[in-house]
Design a protein around this ligand. Structure first.
Ligand SMILES: [Zn+2]
Length: 338
């Protein structure tokens, strides 16, 4: 799917929405396939509904959800597509998770629907987002078991560093965890150019899709968005990472940093007590905790039950990062801590 084109489509949708509050008509993206097959389809009666895909959303209580930013569609015959949103089940005044349905109708009257959800979050609600970078690894099954045993979920920012462990993504997703993108190679050469970065991202996207059935729109940069490693490839251009961030957002992705660090990146044998004391803080109601799913980091697995126990005792619920609306950016101030 060509995300950039769909972003243009979304921009047109928003302009159309301003002109007509209820009906939103936009030109569908150019159909995939060769010109001959497209022409044939145009001459025949159009009986094919548009393809529509909807993505989970997140909004603060009494906030304004950006529904149109969370739907993508294509139509096989270039037909204009009308997008409608049924958000009647959503109560923006009350924290909770609500169903949302998008309807896409083309000019021939064929309708497709896509269901998703919106999470309404009270900014005072206590939520801990457990995140694991660099896996899947031989440790993943142990992490998944601890999560299941404790009835909590996490977000995995995955790589392809342990090819034999890639299938663990399937179980992670099946358990209700979020599988998001970190890097295929985890080689900092990905920061040598935008092309290098996006080629690597596409490779890990393909693995995620292969094992979970879905691509992701959630990314964590190797080293985080505040890393300085990129400077070795762009001497004299300290803003290059901003160019990358902007390009990523423009493609419909969101990048996620962390607000709490377990410090398990300091070494492979950081003592459990150090990890637990680094991870366990409650200075903000909503926090994103960085941990690693790496074969050699066995103490992270050993520390996990105590970390979960701590946040449970403090009244936190365990969230997953499934929406591009979730903002946790190093160096910026948003609804969530930085
Ligand atoms: Zn990493």
């Amino acid at each position: 799917m060509n995300t950039r084109k769909s972003r243009i489509g979304i921009a047109l949708a928003l302009i159309a929405a301003m002109l007509a509050a209820t009906a939103i008509y936009v030109h569908a993206k150019q159909a995939q396939g060769n010109p001959a097959s497209v022409a044939e389809k145009e001459n025949a009666a159009d009986t094919i509904a548009p393809a529509v895909e909807a993505f989970p959303m997140q909004v603060a209580t009494n906030g304004r959800p950006d529904y149109m930013n969370n739907v993508e569609y294509t139509d096989s015959t270039h037909s204009r597509v009308k997008i409608a949103v049924d958000s009647s089940a959503v109560d923006l005044s009350k924290a909770g998770e609500y169903p949302v349905v998008f309807y896409a109708e083309n000019e021939a009257g064929n309708v497709a629907q896509a269901k998703t959800s919106i999470e309404v979050i009270d900014p005072k609600e206590k939520i801990i987002y457990l995140t694991f970078d660099d896996g899947p690894s031989p440790n993943t099954p142990h992490i998944l078991k601890i999560l299941r045993d404790n009835g909590v979920k996490a977000t995995f920012f995955v790589t392809a560093q342990w090819p034999k462990s890639l299938p663990y993504m399937t179980q992670a997703a099946r358990d209700g965890n979020v599988v998001a993108a970190h890097s295929y190679s985890h080689n900092f050469k990905i920061y040598s150019s935008l092309d290098a970065y996006f080629a690597d991202l596409e490779r890990i996207e393909q693995e995620i899709e292969k094992y979970t059935g879905q691509r992701t729109r959630i990314v964590r940069f190797p080293g985080g968005s505040s890393n300085h490693v990129y400077r070795r490839y762009h001497p004299g251009n300290r803003q290059w990472i901003d160019t990358l961030k902007a390009a990523l957002l423009k493609r419909g992705y969101q990048y996620v940093d962390w607000s709490l660090d377990s410090k398990d990146a300091d070494g492979n044998h950081v003592p459990v007590t150090t990890l637990v004391s680094s991870a366990c803080h409650t200075y903000h109601p909503q926090m994103c905790l960085l941990m690693h799913d790496v074969a050699a980091k066995k103490t992270t697995v050993e520390a996990l039950p105590a970390i979960i126990k701590y946040f449970k005792a403090q009244g936190y619920k365990f969230g997953t990062i499934k929406s591009t609306d979730y903002v946790c950016h190093h160096g910026e101030h948003g609804m969530w801590p930085n």
